[in-house]
Design a protein around this ligand. Structure first.
Ligand code: CA
Length: 238
């Protein structure tokens, strides 16, 4: 059962949301504050977090930032203000999606499903691995870059990369399209939920942080992401 954590301090909204999610057979835990959210997240595992931006003790952004320090769990923000949306989709926060209040709880439930489907590993990576192995390629105990679709983690030389949700998706898209030059538009299209809301520079900035994180676990491995000037980026398992 998919476990969803709902962090929302307004009881009426929370009740409607919990009801809609449970009706859709999600297993739901509800907390009222950011502090409680961080506490239960440290104790239990969840597949998804629905996070109100305006919480009594801290902002949903703060909660997300903390959360992103050590995992890539998808986050859907609930926001009442347009001004918050840019921040949610921007680099700073790394949310996966947002819904503006007032919203229909059933819409949220559908959105949660869509995000989970999208962030869930498609089978391409594992198929590709099987194909590569069959041809006798890329068979090493610790592959240079490897996808763990269940944990939604990417490992470089056997070491788990500490990626935000967008970084994870971006690197996964590049990996799945190994050897193929991907334009910034294609990357936005495939790795972001609402590509219209972000710019090419967002891609560049994320590429930069992904490279830095790869470099932290294995110096030189970041060169697997190559820049093709004027064209985009390509992943090469060198
Ligand atoms: Ca609130």
């Amino acid at each position: 059962m998919t476990r969803v954590l709902v962090v929302e301090d307004e009881p009426a909204i929370a009740d409607a949301l919990v009801y809609a999610l449970e009706t859709d057979r999600f297993s739901v835990r509800h907390v009222l504050t950011g502090g409680d959210a961080l506490h239960v997240l440290s104790q239990e595992s969840f597949d998804f977090v629905i996070l109100d931006v305006g919480l009594p003790d801290m902002t949903g952004f703060d909660v997300c930032r903390k959360l992103r320090e050590d995992r890539t769990i998808p986050v859907l923000f609930l926001t009442a203000r347009d001004a918050e949306i840019d921040r949610i989709l921007g680099l700073e926060i790394g949310g996966d999606d947002y819904v503006t209040k007032p919203f229909s709880p059933r819409e949220i439930s559908a959105r949660v499903r869509a995000i989970l489907r999208r962030s869930a590993p498609n089978d391409i990576a594992s198929h590709k691995d099987a194909a590569s192995d069959a041809k006798g390629l890329v068979v090493k105990s610790a592959k240079k870059m490897e996808h763990d679709p269940v944990a939604m983690r990417l490992h470089c030389h056997g070491v788990c990369l500490d990626l935000t949700a967008h970084e994870y998706k971006l690197l996964l898209v590049l990996l799945e399209n190994e050897g193929r030059v991907m334009s910034r538009d294609q990357l936005l299209e495939k790795a972001w939920y609402d590509p219209g809301a972000v710019t090419d520079r967002t891609v560049d900035a994320h590429i930069k942080t992904v490279r830095a994180k790869i470099r932290m676990v294995h110096e030189g491995a970041e060169d697997m992401i190559q820049t093709r000037r004027g064209l985009g980026y390509v992943f090469v398992m060198a």
